[in-house]
Write a protein that binds this ligand. Structure first.
Ligand code: HDL
Ligand code: ZN
Length: 422
């Protein structure tokens, strides 16, 4: 029988498990939330072993392990920071935290000798790479079809690139990130005025129409697949605030007009330890009711949601059962560790079936997709095979072509299908 006609039954569960592993490995991924940048953005695209080692997750871990004063750590050069992290977390301690292990998975997937522990040799390898060639290598080895960037018009380093042509690499899609609009309207307002939009802090006069024009201009300029915001753990809706008015009268109408989802990433407790800078944010439980009320109030708008607190995952999965315009995605940030990825994917498969996107990488450094997807594919395959085994146990049968279909959806197809729906 050809592979597509293979039929799995309760008698061939081991063969099914092997087929699921193979299918998940060979199916290309659309990585729908990253902080990566197309080559046109130059140094904004981070890559290489020193960037891997100075990922803010590892900065938090090295400050904790060494108790170095964060200011003293940040005063070091990037290379000195990487040396300190390598020595503290990898040589003086076993690097089994997910962020440490991830660095080693990257080196291994690149064919480097991890057992050598030879940081100089790793640096030599990266010094010999060109960014264009290395992007090809990483996309190919991680089996990525494409990634979605996080594009911020308020970022002075990024905006000029869009104003002179933007990302011209089809592997890098855009997402329009609008945190300043919703989280710091006063600050955003001043910038928008400077760009010629007739807005004001009280949202009077032409402010709402002009904010809609700003959003439309940047959706067109970036060809963004969705609009996104990171919302704090105390986000509520509705409320008497600029944020609530902007969501209701600007974000939602523009999202509907352009048929793009509005992605809410909810649960950050900002700057719990400001001295850690980017590494200083924390997490707290949030109000899933705000998501439910938005989905109920705007049934013909499309929402994407990922929540940061483990404790919110069951409630938001149940909410997704109530609203077909609520698309759940990823195991975000502090959830992107094997034990919680497995717990969340199992819960989502059992509550939502195939209608989720189990993972995104959130990669800030290009090479990270090698480990973030390497680790997550293994978990997705294991959980999916378990669910299929439960199915086959009822006497159900499964064709290889159905496994292909399901896996293509879970690794990106479900996202593209959601985007295409009216
Ligand atoms: O807001 C976000 O998109 C978060 O992912 C933050 O960028 C965070 O700092 C991060 O990198 N998490 O993985
Ligand atoms: Zn992110």
């Amino acid at each position: 029988m050809t592979a597509s006609e293979t039929l799995f039954t309760r008698e061939t569960i081991d063969a099914m498990r092997a087929a699921v592993r193979e299918t998940v490995e060979r199916t290309p991924v659309t990585d729908i939330h990253t902080h990566l940048y197309a080559p046109a953005f130059g140094k904004l695209l981070l890559w290489g072993v020193d960037e891997l080692l100075t990922y803010h997750y590892l900065i938090a871990e090295v400050v904790r392990a060494s108790r170095i004063d964060p200011a003293r750590f940040y005063a070091k050069s990037k290379r000195e920071q990487a040396d300190f992290i390598w020595q503290t977390l990898f040589i003086e301690r076993s690097p089994y935290s997910e962020a440490c292990r991830g660095v080693l998975t990257v080196l291994d997937r690149l064919g480097l000798d991890v057992a050598s522990r030879d940081l100089a040799a790793y640096r030599d390898y990266f010094a010999r790479q060109s960014v264009e060639g290395y992007i090809d290598t990483v996309f190919e080895r991680a089996n990525l079809d494409s990634v979605v960037m996080t594009n911020d018009p308020f970022d002075d380093a990024e905006r000029p690139v869009w104003e002179t042509g933007g990302a011209v690499d089809k592997r890098f899609h855009a997402a329009l990130r609008i945190d300043p609009v919703l989280n710091n309207w006063a600050g955003a307002c001043a910038r928008l005025k400077g760009w010629g939009y007739g807005v004001d802090e009280t949202l009077s006069g032409t402010a709402l129409a002009e904010t809609r024009r700003f959003l439309a201009d940047w959706l067109q300029r970036t060809r963004a697949l969705y609009m996104a915001v990171s919302l704090p753990q105390d986000f509520v809706y509705p409320e008497d605030s600029a944020r609530a008015r902007l969501i209701a009268e600007c974000i939602v109408p523009v999202a509907k007009e352009h048929n793009v989802p509005f992605a809410m990433m909810i649960g950050v407790k900002r700057a719990v330890n400001p001295a850690l800078k980017l590494a200083g944010d924390g997490v707290a439980r949030s109000d899933v009711g705000a998501v439910e009320r938005l989905c109920a109030r705007y049934p013909d708008a499309k929402f994407m949601v990922t929540m940061l607190a483990r404790e919110d995952q069951h409630e938001v999965s149940v909410a997704a059962r109530k609203f077909s315009n609520l698309f759940l995605f990823g195991c975000w940030w502090f959830l992107n560790v094997p034990s919680l990825i497995e717990e969340m994917i199992r819960m989502r498969f059992e509550l939502l079936g195939t209608s989720v996107l189990p993972q995104h990488s959130d990669a800030r450094v290009l090479d990270q997709v090698l480990y973030k997807w390497g680790h997550s594919r293994a978990i997705i395959a294991r959980v999916l095979a378990d669910k299929y085994a439960d199915l086959l146990g009822t006497g159900w049968t499964l064709k290889q072509s159905e496994i292909d279909r399901d896996v293509a959806g879970l690794l990106g197809g479900n996202f593209w299908k959601y985007l295409s729906q009216a």
